[in-house]
Write a protein that binds this ligand. Structure first.
Ligand code: IMP
Length: 438
């Protein structure tokens, strides 16, 4: 009954798809347990004529493409129903059967007023903005905590739905009109919009926590796929520059209803360097300024194609930060790391690894306790020799150049858990497996 959680160990976009691909056909259920359509992964769909077609998914779990695997959207997710059906229709049009999808009756729904509020709040915040994806994620989770949220199951009882929308709009319309000087929403328009999805969504809805419990009892393999990442987690991330959900291993349990002790393996995904989108502190960032005279930030962005799948925004890039990796190993209980995109570092004379921070002359080997210290943290680097060889053909650790091996081994020593898999290229099979994940 393995329940394996895949967690981003940095600020997101670490390439979780690599680990999912590796587990492939051995997985019976793939569960999305947090976030919504703020995430994004590109999937490659083989066509009958032998060509391939790329498709960007934001909400559906990647398991939707694996025959025999049941994709599950758990209770911890916030669902934009318009996006859900856009993705379902997009896949159906390409001949992908989506009828196995399971959606938690307890998942919350992103209503139009929350998309609007996300955007206007960011504009209003100006220099203090978070840099959200503008998809309504934060306001929808805020409603959940405020107990004025709309859940998937509310779509099946019009009078309950209407009452809840009325309650929410009483507050939301005041904020939209009086604080932000925008137009409010009518109860009828929101109810009508949500009800328009009710019958289409009904076949997918069930008690997903019970379903997963029974699957584990039946010795099935369940993969829990986190959206976002540890440093974007609302509790353990760089608050307030975080998303609004629990993106860590604890969230895998609350967001799916699988009891914590049933999680058998926690796979942390870590890029061989670091990226971040949106605002917030990032100690090893290389932004082309005086600390980056050689333009290594741009080098990493170009080599690694670091542009967002959801928003297209260029990602901020920097060196590997082992303080962050160690922290992620600790708060998630990482059993195995997957180190992705090692090939992007090929061609550098030296490869720096951040081993600690300096905060006003004091060395910190762990994440500083206070936000202001983290904002002032400057990296303490160790410099390792680089390599020039093309490593994309390597399939065993021994086939990597000695300098690349030394880099991985030093990252492993510093990061608090073993590095079991190494990504050496964008392709599915461009992977070095040191220890099989299952
Ligand atoms: P929100 O999730 O749209 O509220 O955005 C909050 C923060 O999380 C922003 O800095 C976003 O850029 C970041 N974020 C949200 N989703 C992702 C993701 O999938 N990858 C990387 N960053 C993300």
């Amino acid at each position: 009954m393995p329940a394996i959680a895949i967690i981003g160990a940095q600020w997101g976009d670490e390439g979780k798809g690599k680990a999912t691909d590796l587990l492939g056909s051995s997985v019976d259920y793939v569960v999305k347990f947090n976030g919504g359509n703020n995430a994004g992964h590109t999937v490659v769909i083989p066509q009958p004529d032998g060509s391939t077609e790329k498709f960007a998914l934001h909400l559906l779990p990647s398991g939707i493409l694996t025959p025999g695997c049941t994709p599950v959207i758990g209770n911890g997710v916030v669902v934009d129903l318009g996006v859900l059906f856009e993705e379902i229709e997009g896949l159906e049009a390409r001949g992908i059967d989506t009828s196995d999808l399971k959606l938690s009756a307890n998942a919350h729904v992103i209503a139009s007023y929350n998309r609007e509020l996300d955007k206007v709040t960011e504009r209003f915040l100006g220099a203090r903005r978070i840099g959200t994806t503008g998809r309504g994620i934060g306001p929808t989770y805020a409603d959940k905590m405020n107990r004025i949220g709309i859940r998937v199951q509310d779509l099946f009882d019009e009078s309950i739905l209407r009452g809840k929308v009325e309650g929410a709009l009483e507050l939301k319309n005041q904020i939209l009109t009086k604080v932000y000087n925008r137009r409010g929403f009518t109860v009828d328009a929101i109810v009508e919009e949500l009800l328009s999805y009710a019958e289409r969504v009904r076949p997918y809805v069930c008690d997903t926590a019970l379903l997963l419990h029974e699957a584990l009892l039946a010795e099935k393999t369940v993969l829990l796929e986190a959206g976002q990442a540890t440093l974007l987690d609302v509790d353990h991330g760089t608050y307030p520059f975080v998303t609004s959900s629990s993106a860590t291993a604890g969230g895998a349990s609350t967001g799916s209803g699988i009891a914590p002790a049933r999680l058998t393996q926690i796979v942390g995904i870590v890029k061989a360097y670091t990226t971040r989108v949106g605002e917030g502190p990032f100690p090893t960032e290389l932004d082309g300024g005086p600390e980056d005279p050689a333009g290594h930030g741009e080098f990493l962005r170009k080599q690694g194609h670091e542009y967002g799948t959801t928003t297209g925004r260029p990602r901020r890039c920097g060196w590997y930060d082992s303080v962050v990796a160690r922290y992620a190993a600790r708060v998630n209980g990482v059993t195995d790391f997957v180190l992705t995109k090692l090939d992007v570092l090929t061609g550098l004379e030296q490869v720096p690894i951040c081993v600690a921070y300096d905060v006003d002359g004091v060395r910190h080997d762990e994440m500083p306790v206070s936000q202001s210290d983290f904002h002032h943290a400057t990296p303490v680097y160790e410099y390792l020799p680089g390599w020039w060889e093309d490593i994309s053909g390597a399939r065993t650790f021994e086939e990597l150049p000695a300098a690349a091996r030394a880099y991985v081994e030093r990252c492993e020593e510093l990061s608090g858990s073993r590095i079991s898999v190494i990504g050496v290229g964008p392709g599915r099979h461009e992977t070095v497996v040191r220890h099989p994940l299952i």
